[in-house]
Design a binder for this molecule. Structure first.
Ligand SMILES: Nc1ncnc2c1ncn2[C@@H]1O[C@H](COP(=O)(O)OP(=O)(O)OP(=O)(O)O)[C@@H](O)[C@H]1O
Length: 356
């Protein structure tokens, strides 16, 4: 097995739909590029309406493309002149609501996609996949007798059983409660990785994206702005939109100092890149909640203006002397009242800055 082989390649994809008034077309996806290697898990992350589901539908072959190409295993699947039928693409799909057949039991749901096998093999292969998602004891249950998480695992097993080259997952956790989402995101990653399955999911939840995916693409207006590993997206966002979208942060003003440093209201920070040409100039510095540490002994004080309890920590909104508001995660045993002043210091490591 060659793990670096490209399985999905999308080049300059453009897709449009007829407009509501029927007079023209509206662009849903434009100039979209991404690549996924065999065994990799990718995720398209973006807010509602940015075009995520449209991309999945196009990969499945449900939408014709207006421009660009979709290649599966180096074979052209969609372009302006080529359109492989869905059943020729070897792509499986898990829908938002799982779309299990209510009148079929769990085993029959999974066996449904195995029509190409002789009937005596269908049940045993389906049973094998049920084992892989740890649901062997539910083979004769009906979908309505299962929890949301169990239904999701059945949907995943049903999509994996015909052994497609690629599995597409459309907001796979959106109908589940938050606690379950986090656990299942990790579980789903384990199942996909254990079976060396290539997958592309879409979500608007960055924690879900980071919990599952090897590569994440931040989308807006039908485009992927940055297709990267989560660490790079967080620490080296390609532009302000991504910096703003990922994590909890605010931009504060800073002045570039000699020696690759920047001075902000809270002190001086080392810069990652050479800024010698910008000395004396003003830049915007991204301060994330995890760049600020609460320190009772610090002389630097900030006023608590808002607080959200998150269990292990609080997300505090803090007002600096200048009136600028920043965020800080603070362990939840430091329960300070709104209006109180608390000591803080800077712990920023990778400093993200923008000039224009
Ligand atoms: N069948 C359609 N006809 C016309 N416009 C459509 C159609 N499907 C989607 N659109 C439009 O295309 C754009 C992208 O839609 P899409 O469903 O791909 O977004 P999305 O990012 O998946 O959103 P969500 O997270 O809300 O599901 C939206 O502006 C939407 O209104």
């Amino acid at each position: 097995m060659n793990s670096t082989r490209t399985l999905l390649s999308i080049k300059e994809l453009e897709i449009d739909y007829p407009s509501r008034d029927g007079r023209g077309r509206v662009t849903a996806v434009k100039g979209l590029n991404l690549e996924l290697a065999q065994g990799e898990i990718g995720c398209l992350l973006g807010s509602s309406g940015c075009g995520k589901s449209t991309v999945l539908r196009a990969i499945c072959g449900f939408e014709p493309v207006k421009a660009g190409e979709i290649l599966l295993r180096d074979k052209l699947a969609s372009s302006t002149t080529v359109h492989l039928q869905t059943n020729q693409r070897k792509v499986g799909m898990v829908f938002q609501d799982f779309a299990l057949f209510p009148h079929l039991n769990v085993l029959e749901n999974i066996a449904f996609g195995l029509q190409h096998l002789p009937s005596n093999q269908r049940s045993s292969v389906a049973m094998e996949w049920l084992k892989r998602v740890s649901l062997s004891d539910k083979s004769d249950a009906y979908p309505h007798e299962l929890s949301g998480g169990q239904q999701q695992r059945v949907a995943l097993a049903r999509a994996m059983a015909p052994e497609p080259d690629l599995i597409l997952l459309d907001e796979p956790f959106s109908s589940l409660d938050i606690e379950l989402r986090e656990r299942l995101a990790g579980e789903m990653r384990e199942i996909l990785k254990a079976n060396n399955i290539t997958a592309l999911l879409v979500t608007h939840d960055q924690f879900e994206a980071f919990a599952i995916a090897d590569k994440v693409g931040v989308m807006t207006d039908g485009k992927v702005l940055q297709w990267d590993v989560p660490y790079e997206l967080y620490h080296k966002p390609a532009n302000r939109y991504i910096a703003d979208f990922i994590g909890r942060g605010v931009f504060v003003k800073g002045i570039v100092l000699p020696g690759n440093k920047v001075k902000i209201e809270l002190g001086e920070l080392e810069l990652d890149h050479d800024h010698s040409k910008d000395i004396g100039k003003e830049i915007d510095v991204l301060l994330r909640a995890d760049d600020i540490q609460h320190d009772d002994h610090s002389a630097m004080q900030a006023e608590v203006v808002r607080k959200t309890f998150r269990g292990a920590d609080f997300l505090y909104t803090l007002k600096l002397a200048s009136g600028v508001e920043i965020f800080a995660f603070v362990p939840s045993h430091h329960d300070h009242a709104i209006g109180e002043k608390i000591g803080i210091h800077l712990v920023a490591d990778h400093v993200v800055t923008f000039r224009d």
